[in-house]
Design a protein around this ligand. Structure first.
Ligand code: ATP
Ligand code: MN
Ligand code: MN
Length: 644
């Protein structure tokens, strides 16, 4: 087949040779059509070569260095011959045209396949791709070449979805990789090896810690990138962008890492992407973890990896026969932890079962004293904002225990998943009601928080014991603020960084204190209770989970230091009191107490509308979090004010 080889078959410099691949072509033998991709360093076209569809990569050659690199890449491509590596079919290596001709891989690259087409490979497809790639890298390493740019965008798929490692623009022979090359990396504006800044950013998330530290890049750095890539194949999630219950991935989002901070976290804090959860193949998961070990010497070689993957594949094929899992996609096997549970119902069930009597010590029946009585109206608004998932919950419960003078409002802001927030919204009102006959309102609130926390953690524990899918390392939590109005008294209980303010005579007064590690008193309390507080990235954070809040329901990896015990304020309401505003930190992150009061001033005096206006304004101001707002008016709002 094919294009004739014109002797001498070499590049213009005479440094690239091949017995089988033509290195210069007559202009009539090919024609370029539409571009497929425009990289930082090249444009890739679909083309016809000798009647056959091919892909043409035309590097952008603007400097002498670029030309050198073209020749280097060509020399290498001429040598490569492996079914898992993209196949060079021809080249043109003479001025004015420098081009690589490759087999055309019709299904595009793996990044497009996963993220544009949202392809969910089933487990056996995923393992086959993994094995084929591992074999390609094994081959490459065995001939002494390090790829240095392993990532889904550089893996091309043919129509049978078989992977082919591509893009040798950064590849080097092992012996040419010495620590000296770092000097170039640091000193020149455009580092060697074609690391444009743009290119670097896209690739950063696949880079091993030693590469990010600008130390030497070895075969083991390819192993790391391979690990991150395979995890992406299994999860379908671009590293560090997801919102799953994984502790660290969650914190990345809350912390809003910049590229630099992400680098720092990967290098010094051992941050890694949220790990895939494959019920059926835990050995594959363990392999990924070993591939991205911080210490290169502890990572397996591709010889080891190929051996191990062969075993995994064998095992998978056996279980496939038994289970006939043909319909099961990898995604359906990937258990998102909280998914199968109705946490709200669970919370409700675990608190409602308790007995409560009609007797009420909060408002004794003998209490006929004439006190000021607020006139209540309320509303709420909740939005997930820029987040993809909603982890806030809230409730509005007027007439608690059928008493017209008792009302309860609450907001829960979940982290590391929504489980704790959902459970608490279900459980806390129930627990509180059982305490109406025995404790004072403050006492009851405090106990209700603690009971909710204990009930949630024990539920979680029993699930961990009974079902394998509930991962040991999963520690969901939530912050909580509740406002309890008993006649003319307002009790606000808070654990965490939700906040409640009271507007009295036109001025805001906070009724809760934010429990965050940047607060000295809270920091001391946490340390006193045996917790660890560290300055990380940009602020003080608690424990390995790097939690910013110091009180919460759940978070059982951080108990007892991160306590569920709330702080409680008690306020006697008078005619001067206009309304309270409760909000999750998504509101308060971008708005001061004064801002809130001034926005409500020119909004229709209706709870729901005020809440919505505040949440919308917070989103516009750039809040990156879920936002929940409750507004409770405490006196009759005049019609004029309402219509205003
Ligand atoms: N043979 C091919 N068949 C199909 N698509 C291809 C082929 N070669 C390259 N592509 C497409 O072009 C893209 C860029 O190719 P390649 O990575 O080789 O170029 P690059 O300029 O080095 O890119 P980068 O910006 O990643 O450095 C690939 O991700 C792929 O989508
Ligand atoms: Mn590429
Ligand atoms: Mn490249």
């Amino acid at each position: 087949m094919g294009v004739e080889i014109m002797e001498p078959n070499s590049c213009i410099r005479g440094c690239c040779h091949s017995q089988t691949i033509p290195l210069h072509l007559s202009p009539s033998s090919y024609s370029l059509s539409s571009p497929i991709a425009r990289g930082a360093e090249s444009v890739v076209y679909e083309a016809i070569l000798d009647g056959k569809k091919v892909a043409v990569k035309k590097p952008i050659l603007s400097t002498f260095d670029d030309l050198n690199r073209f020749h280097k890449e060509l020399q290498l491509l001429c040598k490569l011959d492996h079914p898992g590596i993209l196949k060079l079919v021809a080249a043109h290596a003479r001025p004015p045209n420098y081009m690589f001709f490759f087999d055309l891989y019709e299904a595009g690259n793996l990044a497009q396949k996963l993220h544009l087409e949202e392809w969910n490979p089933n487990t056996s497809q995923a393992i086959k791709i993994t094995l084929q790639l591992a074999k390609a890298l094994q081959y490459l390493h065995n001939i002494g070449v390090v790829h240095r740019d392993v990532k889904p965008a550089n893996i091309l798929l043919n129509e049978n979805l078989e992977p082919h490692l591509a893009d040798f623009g950064l590849a080097e022979y092992k012996e040419d990789l010495n620590p000296l090359s770092n000097l170039n990396w640091k000193s020149s504006g455009k580092p060697t090896g074609g690391f444009h800044k743009k290119n670097m950013v896209g690739t950063l998330i696949y880079m091993a810690p030693e590469v990010l530290r600008k130390e030497i890049h070895t075969e083991k750095s390819d192993v790391y990138s391979f690990g991150v890539t395979i995890n992406e194949l299994l999860t379908g999630v671009v590293p560090y962008t997801d919102l799953r219950a994984e502790a660290q991935a969650h914190t990345v989002l809350e912390m809003n890492y910049s590229e630099q901070q992400l680098t720092a976290a990967v290098v010094s804090e051992g941050l890694r992407p949220a790990l895939a959860i494959l019920e059926s193949s835990t050995s594959l998961i363990s392999l990924i973890q070993r591939c991205w070990d911080p210490h290169p010497e502890k990572r397996p070689t591709f010889d080891d990896i190929v051996l191990e993957l062969n075993l995994i594949l064998e095992h998978e094929e056996k279980t496939d026969e038994i289970e006939d899992s043909s319909a099961n996609s990898a995604i359906s096997k990937v258990q998102i932890y909280q998914e199968p549970m109705n946490w709200f119902k669970n919370g409700k069930d675990s608190s409602d079962r308790a007995y409560f009597s009609s007797e009420n010590v909060w408002i004794p029946s003998s209490d006929n004293t004439l006190v000021y009585l607020p006139v209540l109206s309320w509303g709420s608004f909740a939005t997930c904002g820029r987040r993809e998932t909603m982890e806030d919950t809230h409730f509005l419960i007027p007439n608690v225990c059928n008493d017209n003078d008792i009302h309860l409002f609450g907001i829960f802001d979940g982290h590391r998943g929504a489980a704790a927030a959902k459970f608490s919204a279900g459980a806390l009102p129930g627990f509180l009601q059982t305490l109406v006959s025995v404790s004072s309102p403050s006492q009851a609130l405090s106990e209700a928080f603690v009971k909710t926390d204990i009930a949630f953690r024990s539920k979680l524990n029993s699930l961990r014991k009974s079902k394998g899918v509930f991962q040991k390392e999963w520690h969901p939590g939530c912050t909580a603020v509740t406002a309890l109005i008993v006649k003319n008294k307002l009790f606000v209980a808070n654990a965490g960084d939700c906040r409640t303010i009271l507007c009295r005579a036109g001025n805001p007064f906070p009724l809760s204190r934010d429990h965050v590690a940047s607060c000295l008193e809270e920091r001391d309390r946490v340390i006193g209770a045996g917790g660890q507080v560290k300055w990380q990235i940009d602020t003080w954070r608690v424990g390995p989970a790097a939690l910013q809040v110091t009180r919460s329901i759940g978070d059982d990896d951080l108990k007892p230091a991160v306590t569920a015990e709330p702080e409680i304020t008690e306020t006697l309401l008078t005619a001067e009191d206009e309304y309270i505003v409760m909000g999750s930190d998504g509101l308060w992150d971008v708005m001061s107490n004064e801002d809130v009061v001034s926005i409500i001033k020119d909004t229709v005096k209706e709870g729901g509308m005020c809440s919505k206006r505040l949440a919308t304004e917070a989103a516009e101001r750039g809040s990156k979090d879920n936002i929940t707002v409750i507004v409770v008016f405490l006196r009759l709002v005049s019609t004029a004010e309402r219509i205003y």
